[in-house]
Design a protein around this ligand. Structure first.
Ligand code: ZN
Length: 112
């Protein structure tokens, strides 16, 4: 139903605040580093400054967007359709995160 879809879109848009966009940009920049360092010690506390900065930004972003610990991180959600092996709840969460990611990327584009 179009009415219902519009309402969801507004709610997503409302979550895409300037703070969320800034955190998203930060996460996007740091994610490749974190990914390369994943599963190995890269600092004195097991984490280098960049990995720590990524995790801090990600936690804040997840908090703002309502991404729960059991859900995939926004950087992992890189296709509109979820992988086939996700259960219905996680698949639904994937699609929601995808909508948020698209909204955030649109804001980043607009700001360029
Ligand atoms: Zn690191």
């Amino acid at each position: 139903m179009p009415t219902k879809r519009r309402r969801i879109d507004r709610r997503r848009k409302a979550q895409v605040t300037r703070e969320a966009v800034a955190l998203f940009v930060q996460c996007e920049a740091l994610y490749p580093i974190r990914n390369a360092h994943f599963m190995r010690e890269c600092g004195s506390d097991g984490r280098c400054g960049e990995c720590q900065a990524y995790l801090d930004a990600k936690l804040k972003l997840n908090d703002l967007l309502g991404i729960e610990p059991w859900m995939r991180d926004i950087e992992e959600v890189d296709t509109a359709e979820p992988p086939g092996d996700l259960d219905p709840l996680r698949a639904k969460a994937w699609r929601r995160t995808w909508q948020l990611r698209c909204a955030l990327e649109a804001e980043v584009e607009r700001a360029r």
